[in-house]
Design a protein around this ligand. Sequence first.
Ligand SMILES: [Zn+2]
Length: 431
Amino acid sequence: MLHIGIDDTDSLDGGCTTWLITEIISELADFDLIGPPRLVRLNPNVPWKTRGNGALGLVFGKGLGSKEIIGEIEGRQIHLYSNYKEPSFDRKSILDRISKIVCANSKEDSQPGIVISDTYLPEGLYWQGVRGIVSKEDLEPILSSCLTYGLRGSRGLIGAACALAWSGTISNTRDSGFTWELIGYRNKDLWGSLRDISSESVLKVSKLKGIFSCSDSDGKIAMVPNSPCPVLWGLRGIDNQVLVDNFHNLGPEKPERWLLYQTNQATDDHFIFSESFDIVEGTSIWIDVIVSSKVEIIRGGHRFINVKDSNDNEVKCAVFEPSKNLRNLVDRLEIGDKITVCGSVSDATINIEKLKITHLVPRFSKPPNPICSCGKRTHSSGKNSKYRCNSCGKRYDRPKPIIESANLELGWFEPPASSRRHLTKPIELMR
Ligand SMILES: [Zn+2]
């Protein structure tokens, strides 16, 4: 088969590699897509990431048998076939056709990479790319069997190769190893203008089975971007047919083209499950810990709290302002509470992406000082000693502390959808 991986064509000022994929599918209309296009998010902590650090993988061949629609580009329906056969193609001429599109559409400060291969690349490369940093030494032997093309430093070759290494069949957790995103694109004349998508239409689709991350609980729409990119919206779900059957209900602005992607979004694939703090800068960790300090609130509304692993090693965790309500929850944690934290490691601090409360220590408050039989209030005469009346000298036992409600529940907690990472699985999808 003809495998094509692409990455790093866009930059912070807009542009979108997925739109470029629709151009490439149009250009290669003499082939059929074999399997859905794959949108592969990679390590969210790499310092050079664009908005989402996503790479794209495509497989082309000759489709056979029954077909289903997975997109529409310039009035042409894009299909997925039940069967296929090997196409005949010349890698060099394919690369010429694609590189022209990439050169014409990539942003000036991007470093695009294209990888063309006859097969999937080794899955281990994907796991390296989603959880760590891929080194040149890791990449070079794998790319030696591929035809590659890069621009302005070619950083995109890493992501492009990682996308060809993700098959979507192996999972980090016990859940499914992939989800779906149906992306609608805007007419070119409208790029940069305000998107006209009503909250009502978003609310309607958000209630469908398996749909996630459409909006925050306060109604803020998360599925419509604010950047001047070609994307009108991204509809995410666990059932591809639900997406294809219902995206028409979003509006009033309608997409000029649309395409369904298989993705590793919402899979938790970036987390490394750990039993002790193995703090490696730029990775993401999932670990059971015990709270070891009260929360510290700093300017801007960010929170810091210390936690200990099973070996008593202490590490600082951060919950930043965009996490909204998750901060109020962290404020109520007490020393000794048991929690699971999931987050990225930066400056030796874990930036919490979600957390689970598994055990709460009892909370106590100090009762009022006893009243003496003479009517005066008694005073403590030192830690752990009795209370004494200054007026008549009578002594009283210390009253028992009052047990208070923690005002917290056991279970998982997360920030709103709009400040969640693409890779982090929403709680509603966790078993
Ligand atoms: Zn007294």
